[in-house]
Design a protein around this ligand. Structure first.
Ligand SMILES: Cc1cc2nc3c(=O)[nH]c(=O)nc-3n(C[C@H](O)[C@H](O)[C@H](O)COP(=O)(O)OP(=O)(O)OC[C@H]3O[C@@H](n4cnc5c(N)ncnc54)[C@H](O)[C@@H]3O)c2cc1C
Length: 399
């Protein structure tokens, strides 16, 4: 599966990223992580300090798949609105999940300060505006849950939005302490740190066979070697579905543009993250080198050619939509991407175990908040693998 195409921005921000050898021998370990993207990196980081032998394999290069096109808005509210999660899971579970996402942002902030790269982590507030009349009603519903559970959220009316942003929207949530990051540098930084802590990392090492037993698994690589391990973490991003089909997961296509650096973010209050209630939605953020990332316009397309054929028209559409909000900021698309994007039907990520894969953990951190979800799930995994109970595990290991 070719997950993405286009001209990609994040890898241009780190010259000479670290590289790792391919596996050239048969080895044994306690935990094998399949996948060298941001999810694998967070698992490696959490597992590197608990006395286990951890190995990571990637079929290509570290951080070169979905991680390299992640627009990396870090938010605690997700694709499914909070009141929809309450309808599906009940208030207690929906709020537990949202609190865990809020905590996950704090964890990412803390971890980002422990790595050797400046991964451009920055706390940012979010403006989440109502796109239409239905959006107004949905924003009100979400706000009442946020308020009663003490999230740092405000409601902005039309005048307040206009005063801050100079555009007209009827109502918005204003959420404090979301964030942005450079996912490419973050992932490389985490792997470099994990490697210093003893995690063995192999690039160009594709998993293409397995012998699963009750207490261990032997993995066979394309270059003819084997890895015997007690636990396997499948963190292969959207390609995890090639190892195990999961009916709650769904793929679609998404589009992004990264503009030229701009001189002045006129009327863009505090350079907040911006998104909306429409589905499909459009969202935007800024970068540390003063570019603007605009993304969204997801479509139910799972064919690569169809996805790629739309990239030029989507690029123009995204720029036009941006200019409707900010007509005074002139931008050019320097980078643009068409990519597959995974979500779940019920709106929550999953950390699944299946009977036919004893001692495997499947990390489906799917959805618009992949980074927040991966951190949250990786932390639960650390507890589960080290035999500590984790009260949130059952919420993500659901059938
Ligand atoms: C356009 C777009 C915008 C997004 N925006 C956001 C956002 O704003 N905020 C956010 O939090 N998330 C966002 N996401 C989601 C986010 O990108 C993903 O959640 C995250 O990148 C997934 O990282 P990953 O490590 O799970 O997957 P990947 O980065 O895809 O890494 C998986 C790795 O597994 C390897 N692999 C696959 N199969 C094998 C195999 N058989 N053997 C060995 N290795 C294998 C691959 O080579 C790959 O490197 C966005 C995603 C897209 C596509």
């Amino acid at each position: 599966m070719n997950l993405l195409s286009g001209k990609i921005y994040w890898p241009t921000t780190l010259t000479n990223p670290p590289s790792y050898p391919s596996l050239e021998e048969d080895i044994k370990c306690d935990v094998l992580i399949i996948g060298g993207g941001s999810s694998g990196a967070m698992c490696a980081n959490y597992l590197s300090n608990i006395g286990l032998k951890v190995v990571v394999v990637d079929k290509g290069k570290i951080a070169n798949s979905s991680t390299s096109v992640n627009t990396a808005l870090i938010q605690y509210l997700g694709d499914k609105m909070l009141h929809e999660l309450v309808n599906s899971f009940g208030e207690e579970k929906a709020i537990l999940h949202t609190k865990l996402c809020e905590q996950s942002i704090k964890d990412i902030e803390k971890t980002s300060s422990t790595i050797d790269y400046d991964c451009e982590f920055k706390l940012r507030d979010t403006l989440y505006y109502a796109s239409d009349v239905e959006g107004v009603s949905n924003i009100k519903k979400d706000f009442s849950y946020l308020k009663s559970h003490n999230f740092k959220a405000e409601l902005l009316n039309k005048d307040q939005i206009y005063e801050k942003y100079n555009f007209k929207k009827d109502l918005a949530l204003y959420l404090s302490d979301d964030a942005e990051i450079n996912p490419f540098k973050y992932t490389h930084g985490l792997f470099e740190k994990a490697s210093k802590n003893g995690v063995r990392i192999f690039e160009h090492t594709s998993v293409n066979g397995k012998l699963v037993k009750k207490d261990s698994t032997t993995i066979y690589t394309k270059n003819g070697h084997s890895i015997n391990t007690r636990f396997v973490i499948a963190a292969a991003g959207y390609e995890t579905l090639e190892i195990k089909v999961e009916k709650n997961c769904v793929l679609s296509s998404s589009y992004t543009v990264v503009t030229n650096p701009v001189d002045d973010f006129k009327n863009w209050y505090k350079r907040t993250l911006i998104w909306e209630t429409a589905r499909p939605y459009i969202y935007m953020r800024t970068t540390s080198d003063n570019r603007i990332i605009i993304g969204g316009l997801d479509e139910n397309i799972t064919n690569e050619e169809d996805r790629n054929s739309k990239v030029i028209s989507k690029k123009e559409f995204l720029i036009n939509e941006f200019n409707k909000l900010f007509p005074n900021i002139k931008v050019q698309p320097d980078f643009y991407v068409a990519a597959f994007f995974g979500g779940t039907h019920d709106g929550l990520p999953m950390l699944k175990q299946y009977d036919e894969f004893p001692n495997w953990y499947f990390l489906f951190s799917y959805g618009d908040n992949g980074l927040v979800y991966s951190n949250l799930l990786a932390k639960i995994l650390r507890d589960v693998i080290s035999n500590k109970s984790n009260y949130a595990y059952s919420l993500y290991n659901r059938t």
